[in-house]
Design a protein around this ligand. Structure first.
Ligand code: UDP
Ligand code: MG
Length: 309
């Protein structure tokens, strides 16, 4: 039996020795065949050197993969899963906010109870800002509404059976949303609650812009409902127009001239806003189609410590 622990890193030079130092003894104790797969997501600091040091220290148990630039965590996960040939893969954050102490229990659920996906569910969102909590609640609420998948408190801390990894590789979409797609895959799954640990070095590597992009990508890849919303908006405005028409006609035949320049402007502005929002929505989907049609690789690997052996 072989286990691969996959961790993406972006600008984490200080964190890497800590993470390796925590995981190696823990996995050694389990008396299984394992390796750590550390993906450097195009970091600009000494992350790659830190990974190389780890490989030098534990040549049999550490493998490094370096992407040619920062492609984002989702792409780094794809890169790792594409080369992770083992009976099971555990995906976790490189900053150890997903506590490695849960690994033995995850393995037990997979090996002894036959679950094919073991997923960590955050029992609380840990120490994070109010705005980030509000954003997360809004995003997961919206995602649940449009896609039907309830992912609130879901995390990327997961064990995947080999079967699941092989199916994952068949996805052809370029912009992936790991949490959503792994729910979509199904399989026999079980979840366990865990407490988010505190980051020991640095701060979150996610900018608001990256999070927004991920959210839009997640929603547009799981639902076309926003497009159908446009039709609803159109119908509402048509109903409004009909009511106004009737009122105007009644006024006209009663001998009052139709008046209200301001009303006309307001209605014009409202319709204009709706048209622009609708065009924006359609544009977002067209952009996604464009991205997919170009069919560029999801990521580019520039170094792999395994290929040198
Ligand atoms: N990460 C990455 N590429 C990115 C952003 C983040 O590989 O573009 C990694 C990061 O180094 C960390 C993990 O993804 O190991 C989770 O990121 P972070 O801790 O910043 O996210 P948060 O805990 O705030 O959700
Ligand atoms: Mg983190």
């Amino acid at each position: 039996m072989e286990l691969i622990v996959l961790m993406p890193f972006y600008n984490e030079e200080k964190q890497i020795p800590i993470s390796i130092g925590r995981l190696i003894p823990l996995l050694d104790d389990l008396k299984i065949q394992y390796s750590l797969l550390l993906v450097d997501d195009g970091s600009r600091d000494g992350t790659w050197n830190a990974i190389l040091n780890g490989v030098q220290q534990y040549p049999d148990n550490v493998r490094g993969l370096r992407l040619s630039r920062n492609f984002g965590k989702e792409a780094a996960i794809c890169a790792g899963l594409d080369v992770a040939d083992s009976d099971a893969v555990i995906l976790m954050d490189g900053d150890l906010q997903h506590p490695p102490e849960y690994i033995p229990e995850m393995l037990r659920l997979w090996r002894d109870e036959g679950y094919e996906i073991v997923e960590g569910v955050k029992s609380s969102r840990g120490k994070e800002s109010l705005s980030s909590k509000v954003n997360a609640t809004m995003f997961y609420g919206l995602f649940h509404k449009v896609s039907g998948y309830q992912l609130a408190n879901a995390s990327d801390f997961k064990l995947l059976d080999r079967k699941v990894v092989l199916k994952w590789r068949e996805f052809t979409e370029h912009n992936t949303f790991f949490r959503g797609l792994s729910a979509w895959l199904g399989f026999r799954r079980v979840s366990f609650p865990f407490e988010i640990a505190e980051r020991q070095t640095g701060a979150s590597r996610w900018s608001l812009r990256k999070l927004m992009a991920l959210s839009i990508n997640a929603i547009t890849s799981f639902s076309a409902m926003p497009l159908q919303l446009i039709t609803t908006i159109g119908l509402v405005f048509m109903a409004g127009a009909l009511i106004l028409l009737v009122q105007t006609l009644v006024n006209f035949f009663a001998g009052h001239a139709a008046s209200g320049f301001t009303t006309v402007i307001v209605v014009e502005l409202a319709i204009g806003a709706c048209i622009m929002i609708s065009l924006g929505l359609i544009g977002t989907y067209i952009a996604r189609i464009f991205e997919e049609v170009k069919n560029r690789p999801r990521y580019v690997v520039s170094d792999d410590t395994d290929s040198k052996k």
